[in-house]
Ligand binder design. Structure first.
Ligand code: SAM
Length: 309
């Protein structure tokens, strides 16, 4: 069974933010759209939320945060989720703890990983994250490939004057290591502590995509993945993710989010239509009632960028 929203978009993917704690401090971070609050669901609660989501048609699940690998029970969480037979379980991580966990996560049932890694320059890494962990993250990427995660993707947020000149170097690093490069447009968001600076770093992806189109042996559009483009070059792959002002991105969005404190969040960019799950769960509501909370959140779904605005 698939559940579709009022805009005919099936809801097939769930992104659970399992913590808002993080061990790096990226200046542009939108915190997955979640206003900080120190709260986490326990593994049983995460499992129950995923079970209900599975029932209403979600078949892909991604753990995010904060930094998901900062939780010592992350392997246990993945193992529990693997019993629900999702088509795909993935994690988005900064990679600094992947060297430690990659193998155990694969054994627990993790399929894929995205590693946020914006630069191969230690100074730039430090400028972006305020930490000196570049080598750790790089090692994490390699360990993820060795452990058999497939695909491993590098998420590179492209920023004018910070790392935009590194795209080709990053592509070569990814190609050499059997990793897909995902270039992400910098999103201007109020959830970010340094929101006023984001305008000056915003990088226009149009000329880049034009260049990619010319040199690719093949270009694919990813339906149900916000219509993203995938470019195949020299045995490597580049995906481009451009959410800003992108009506196609919203039109093809199939995702719901869960905040660390257990609320269903229908859109990354909105905070006015959340539906609480944790309170009902903790006061003994039935699975049927939780399912209704999911349906309410799906009913709240509305494209953020539309042709009419
Ligand atoms: N800590 C994990 C990590 O580093 O991947 C998961 C959380 S992080 C918020 C998830 C993704 O959002 C990362 O790939 C990050 O680069 C991206 N991201 C954060 N803020 C962003 C922004 N303002 N624009 C575009 N992407 C952003």
């Amino acid at each position: 069974m698939k559940t579709t929203d009022n805009y005919k978009r099936p809801v097939i993917s769930l992104r659970i933010s399992i913590t808002n704690r993080c061990n790096v401090k990226c200046f542009y971070c939108h915190h997955d759209g979640i206003v900080a609050q120190d709260y986490e669901m326990n593994p049983e609660e995460i499992y129950r939320v995923a079970k209900i989501a599975r029932k209403i048609g979600v078949d892909k699940i991604r753990l995010s945060g904060g930094e998901p690998l900062i939780r010592e029970d992350v392997v246990d969480i993945v193992r529990r989720l693997s019993h629900l037979k999702f088509r795909d379980i993935s994690i988005t991580t900064n990679g600094t703890l992947l060297g430690k966990y990659a193998k155990a996560l694969v054994d627990a049932g993790l399929n894929r990983v995205n590693v946020s890694f914006d630069t191969l320059n230690p100074e730039t890494y430090k400028f972006i994250t305020k930490r000196d962990y570049m080598e750790l993250a790089k090692d994490g990427i390699k360990k993820a490939v060795e452990a058999g995660l497939n695909p491993v993707k590098v998420n590179m947020v492209v920023m004018k004057g910070i790392n935009h000149t590194e795209i080709w170097e990053m592509f070569q690093f990814c190609r050499k290591n059997g990793v897909v490069l995902q270039l992400i447009e910098l999103l201007k968001t109020e959830n970010c502590e340094e929101a006023e600076f984001l305008e000056e770093y915003h990088y226009n992806m149009n000329p880049l995509e034009e260049e990619l189109r010319k040199i690719s042996s093949n270009v694919k559009k990813r339906a149900f993945m916000q219509d993203r483009k995938k470019y195949f070059i020299d045995g490597g792959e580049i995906e481009v993710v451009r959410p800003m002002d992108n009506t196609q991105f919203c039109k093809n969005c199939t995702r719901l989010r869960i905040t660390p404190e257990g609320k269903i969040k229908p859109c990354l960019l909105r905070n006015d239509n959340l539906v609480d799950l944790i309170e009902p769960m903790r006061c003994g509501k039935s699975d049927k009632e939780l399912e209704e909370a999911f349906l309410e959140a799906i009913n709240n779904r509305k494209p953020y960028y539309t042709d009419k605005c």
